[in-house]
Design a protein around this ligand. Structure first.
Ligand SMILES: [Mn+2]
Length: 343
């Protein structure tokens, strides 16, 4: 059931009555799609992608206040500190679908409040509110491994018959074997790299009206987005070629080196799609730590990670079948051993 009709109406009124928002969003396809739909509806405001941070800290509050927004909209960000909320001068709306967080001084919209098992993506709910820019909504929804209800799918296929064939019924197939999947990868790759470059891509994305502008490079903006993707795609494909999977090993560990760009989410998603019977662990070195991206289809990852971290310097968590961990380099071998013991 998720967000109820009155809540969707409330959100519509908030979006209609907002003229100068700051929109903070997670730097993935779901976060960006949420931002784009809200921004395009309001036609004004400032978007701030939140990079590599599961938690929105207080240092951002000053930056937000400097813009003097009438409303601060937080989209698809799992954790916001109470300190941040206290320091922001304007009204805060927080729309998310991660595990529920209790905070004061914020209007919180999370489908899990009404139904613990409903974690449909943020962009899905924003589409339900605004019913505009369906193609953008679909990049966010499928990017988070969901497919919406038939009515929305039918709408999408009627408008964009080339992007998603009717025989695709699973989100992971849509993500890895369709034109909409390619578009999601293009968008995700544009969210990688230096903050300045990411902001440039985000700005260009606010002016793209149709997916063909990007997929067929029909406009200057579309070409810009595609070009950045193409450059990174070469690096990504070279990494994919290095992956070795041992047939009898239940765990696939892939340790890759890419100082400027993290491809962990894409690599681990692709690996679990190709090897659904295994547990995937993709590792990237960042700031003197190993950042781990885990995927599985059966094993519940939060429990697996918690146990594996018991005598290890690190932290982690996430969804049942898509999660992450951060481990000190010196403890990494123990961490892997602890995972193996449980499989
Ligand atoms: Mn999300």
């Amino acid at each position: 059931m998720g967000l109820k009709e009155p809540q969707l109406n409330e959100l519509k009124q908030i979006f209609d009555g907002t003229h100068r928002p700051v929109i903070l969003f997670d730097d993935d396809a779901d976060g960006l799609a949420s931002f784009l739909m809200i921004y395009k509806h309001i036609g004004e405001g400032k978007g701030m992608p939140v990079k590599n941070a599961p938690e929105l800290g207080s240092e951002l509050a000053q930056k937000v206040n400097d813009y003097s927004p009438d409303t601060v909209i937080i989209a698809d960000i799992p954790i916001v500190s109470q300190e941040f909320i206290n320091k922001v001068s304007s009204k805060i709306i927080w729309i998310d679908h991660h595990p529920i967080v209790e905070r004061k001084g914020v209007e919180y919209y999370n489908p899990r409040v009404n139904d613990a098992s409903d974690n449909r993506p943020t962009s899905y709910w924003i589409y339900k509110v605004l019913k505009e820019n369906l193609w953008i909504a679909m990049t966010g929804i499928i990017g988070d491994w969901f497919l919406p209800e038939q009515e929305i799918l039918d709408d999408f296929r009627t408008k964009y018959p080339d992007l998603l064939s009717p025989d695709i019924t699973k989100p992971e197939v849509a993500l890895h074997d369709s034109k909409i999947g390619e578009l999601i990868q293009i968008i995700s790759f544009n969210l990688k790299g230096k903050a300045y470059d990411v902001m440039k891509s985000v700005k260009v994305m606010t002016r793209v009206r149709e997916p063909s502008e990007i997929l067929e490079q029909k406009t200057a903006g579309g070409r810009f987005i595609y070009k950045k993707y193409f450059k990174l795609k070469e690096k990504y494909d070279a990494l994919v070629k290095q992956i070795k999977v041992a047939p009898h090993d239940k765990l696939v560990v892939f340790h890759y080196d890419s100082p400027d760009y993290s491809f962990s989410a894409e690599l681990s998603n692709e690996l679990i799609y190709k090897h659904p019977d295994k547990v995937i662990l993709v590792v990237w070195e960042y700031n003197g730590e190993y950042k781990c991206s885990l995927r599985s289809t059966k094993v519940k990852l939060p429990q697996l990670i918690e146990k594996a971290l018991q005598n290890v310097n690190g932290y982690g968590g996430g969804h049942d079948h898509a999660a992450g961990a951060c481990v000190k380099i010196a403890d990494f071998d123990i961490f892997v051993e602890n995972i193996r013991k449980q499989l």
